[in-house]
Design a protein around this ligand. Sequence first.
Ligand code: PEP
Ligand code: MG
Length: 598
Amino acid sequence: MAHGRRGSLAGSGVTHGIAVGRAHLLAPSELDVRQYTIERRDVLHEIGRLTTAFNVVREELEHLKSGIAPNAPSEVLAFLDLHRLILGDALLAEAPRDLIRGKLINAEWALTIQLEHLVKQFDAIDDEYLRERSTDVRQVVERVVNALSEGRPTRVAIPKQLAAGKRLVLIAQDLAPADVLHLRDRADIDLAGFVTELGGPTSHTAILARSLGLPAIVGAGGARVLIEENDLVVIDADSDAVIVNPSDDELADFYQRIRDEGEHRVQLRKLRGRQARTKDGIAIELHANIELPEDARDALEAGADGIGLFRSEFLFMDRDELPTENEQYEAYASVSRAMKGKPVLIRTLDIGADKVLTETARESLGLGRGAPRPESNPALGLRAIRYCLAYPELFLTQLRAILRASEVGTVRILVPMLAHMHEVEQVLAFVAQAKQQLRERKQKYDGRIQIGGMVEVPAAALSVPQLVKRLKFLSIGTNDLIQYTLAIDRADSSVAHLYDHLHPAVLRLISQTIKGCIKAKVPISVCGELAGELEMTELLLGMGLRQYSMHPSQILPIKERLFGLSIKDAARLSAKVLRESDPVKIKSVLERLVARSR
Ligand code: PEP
Ligand code: MG
């Protein structure tokens, strides 16, 4: 059955489960490489960007080399050495600098012009082996282009036609959230899962993969070196591993595990209509996180108590025209209708960082094409509520659409990334203005619509007593709270090992936020990925949490776990964990508890 090089790679698993398919390697889309002219005074800055990107890639290749498993095939090492040679070649390293100086163009553009020039030269070579090395030059250039994007993944080129009738595992250096949205709409692709060399497990790309139910491994350095087109690939998301060309015995074991998991899912479905409760009878609410309106179906299927987080920004991405008020209204109202009176928390636009609008859409907001310099720290830049407050028309349009949808169900407004009380005041003023506009148009809305905020930055977690005076509920976005507490870019695989949800500082902030809300009698939920982690259920319960919001696929497993837990034991566990300062010890305690419950 197996052919080609065998081996395995480690990364971070996304979505539980196993996927088997044939590899298809993806390259970044050249169309998406930003092209713009620069001023002469910016030449040195642009050359500096290029030099930094070359250095980043040099380190990346070194890092990959040092991480090669001892049993990895020898070609992997040889390819990495070849890529280092290409990177150091003057034709690639020097020529683009001359193009920047001579043509006054940005680094990405210069690099792709030189790439096309080199590819043409390779195409003219007689020797087939040497001719094919143009693929390696292309791969090295992709890495540099990616490094130039400073953490924001460039889009990949997804071919119009992909091998029909085959389950595919896509292999890419990185995928942008918009790429995953695009894949989701491609009915012709039988996608088993994907593997990326970059990216962290709580990046928005990973979150979307979960919403598609796609097993994936992110941050699997060297994937595009080890894996070749059409290799048989197994994604074992539960073990954070990619297995390439497994033996027949290994493959049989994987298929057995897929069957076992299927049977467990059938068992879990029996819990669907039951209210989640602890062993001692305390009711717990389990809500769903969704990315697009049609995901409400999965939430209902899983028996969710409501939508705890509707990531509305995905309606705005992967398109050149921003959704109108009416289109947004239809989307929000359809979710609200589908949930039949159960609460639906619509999060206002959380655009920025790794979730970007297309250039044309940005232009329609008056942002201009090809802004001369990308933000240097997009996660700390104009993101989420900051973006909305900077573009009032964009914000007001969305607020009117949400308010109108509140007429057809129980809709609430959830505001992301709050850090300052003046942001809260501005939001409340904008909501009042949107209501006034609707009254003038004689359009209806729920006058008592509740407005709540996300606790995603430490400043918010430390301001709960103030926040609860002005907001009706809070929801902890642990994905960002961890990112901003530990200063770790959640989409950056090189620091993924430092992204630790069990860091005592993170746990203290979560616990304090929950306690602050309980004291003020204000509803509190957790809607970050932690809420759907089995090992975190008891700890969060012990901290006082009674409302969780997670990807729909996790609702039934978490419900099953809650049935076996008692509030008293959970409180004891939480007190013990909060006294502990070593995350490794905390992890082993939590894992042991989950293992014992199986
Ligand atoms: C979070 O940050 O935990 C969250 C739920 O929001 P997002 O993952 O969309 O940033
Ligand atoms: Mg967030």
